[in-house]
Design a protein around this ligand. Structure first.
Ligand code: FAD
Length: 372
């Protein structure tokens, strides 16, 4: 009898975590094909360090990861899915059949402000090293970091602001002004009040001015308008986060204006016959965070292993948001648990709150990278 075949589309945190977890749970009971265009797994969360010459995003060869996990690698993209035929069609025109499919292809980044520098993590060094040098040299006196409304990666907004302020102080540029503008009611409010209060305190101690609950407009390179307050600022430089939008794959249902893939409590895509699963930024879960994507990948891997006939407990997804905020000084460890009614119970510490203490809390991936 043919072995149960699983296609995992993607080459980021969610896909690799899903690959490693599925292999550990199901062993030889499944054939796994990784469908990913990238030659390297890239640890995007560390990219904010690059402009400050503090190291950079780790990279690991996909070839090695698939070899270590006994999978096959198809270096191509997922173009569209035929759920009835149980086939994925690749960008290169190939067809790959599956018994179960895990879609973990991430989201797309949409620049919102024409007159601001959009922070894209893959180009962090090229985009912001010049700005950091200008701050250090006293040529740039004020910089605003802004987030558009809609889904964004939350942490880099505050990390970039804190690290910039810290660097300016270290270089004796005490008159440098750092501003943050966010539509959120308070910094990192998604993590709950303990985290939000701690981060607000760090920002205040660093002398950073925070405009929370505001939607920013950037009508020209040095003009920042904030609604509803009506403040008009003229920072020397404006750096904006991109909006995170869904992947829009034909054959998969999408929801909302940004077409993220809907998932149920087992990370299965509703209406796809119980054979298609999704994890990570591609899904409609509101928080775009690697630690969440890896928990979803673990949940989906258990459900797929169960479907393949492996005796395994497939427990539903119970989100815990874990994050490490880089500050330019000691990092801040943050953890938030959904306690019902949409509210979070959160805690902060200057010591790791989970075993690995990694910036992206991913159970299998962390262990693998430690050994790699
Ligand atoms: C600067 C920054 C700091 C962050 N800090 C943290 C943090 O501290 N902690 C945390 O948990 N999260 C953090 N995040 C968020 C975290 O990086 C993302 O949530 C995480 O990378 C999402 O993982 P993913 O696998 O879903 O998507 P991605 O990491 O985006 O990976 C998607 C993968 O799919 C591949 N792909 C794309 N299209 C296709 C296709 N059509 N077919 C096949 N493959 C495709 C891509 O090549 C890529 O390999 C941060 C993000 C940024 C940008």
């Amino acid at each position: 009898m043919d072995r149960f075949s699983v296609v995992i589309a993607g080459g980021g945190v969610a896909a690799i975590e899903g690959l490693l977890r599925l292999r550990r749970l199901a062993g030889d009971a499944v054939n796994i094909t990784l469908l990913a265009p990238n030659e390297e797994f890239y640890y995007r969360a560390l990219s904010v360090k690059e402009p400050f010459a503090l190291g950079g995003a780790e990279r690991h060869e996909i070839r090695q990861i698939v070899r270590d996990s006994g999978a096959e690698w198809v270096k191509d993209t997922l173009a569209w899915v035929d759920p009835d035929g149980q086939v994925v069609h690749t960008g290169g025109g190939a067809e790959v059949g599956y018994d179960a499919l895990l879609v973990a292809i991430g989201a797309r980044l949409e620049p919102i402000y024409e007159h601001a520098t959009t922070f894209r993590d893959a180009e962090a060094d090229a985009l912001l090293t010049g700005l950091v040098k200008d701050i250090e040299g006293g040529y740039t006196k004020s910089v605003a970091f802004i987030a558009p409304d809609g889904p964004v990666y939350q942490l880099p907004l505050y990390e970039l602001a804190l690290m910039t302020a810290s660097r300016a102080r270290a270089m004796g540029m005490d008159d440098a002004e750092v501003i943050v503008a966010t539509p959120d009611a308070a910094p990192l409010s998604i993590f709950g009040s303990a985290v939000s209060d701690a981060v607000s305190g760090l920002l205040a101690d660093a002398g950073i001015t925070v405009h929370a609950g505001t939607v920013a407009r950037v009508p020209a390179a040095n003009r920042l308008q904030l609604a509803p307050g009506g403040d008009e600022l003229e920072p020397d430089r404006i750096v904006a986060l991109p909006r995170v939008v869904g992947p829009e794959i034909r054959g998969l249902p999408g929801v909302g204006a940004h077409s993220f893939v809907p998932i149920d409590a087992h990370c299965a895509v509703p209406g796809a016959g119980g054979r298609i699963f999704a994890a990570g930024d591609a899904t409609d879960f509101a928080v775009k965070h690697g630690g969440i994507g890896s928990q979803q990948a673990d949940t989906a891997a258990a459900a797929i292993a169960y479907r393949a006939g492996v005796e395994v407990e497939a427990t539903p997804f119970q989100p815990v948001i874990r994050g490490v905020l880089l500050t330019g000084g000691d990092p801040l460890y943050m953890e938030a648990r959904l306690v019902g009614g949409g509210s979070f119970e959160s805690q902060v510490s200057d010591a790791p709150l989970w075993p690995s203490g990694d910036k992206v809390a991913a159970a299998e991936l962390s262990g693998y990278l430690d050994r790699a």
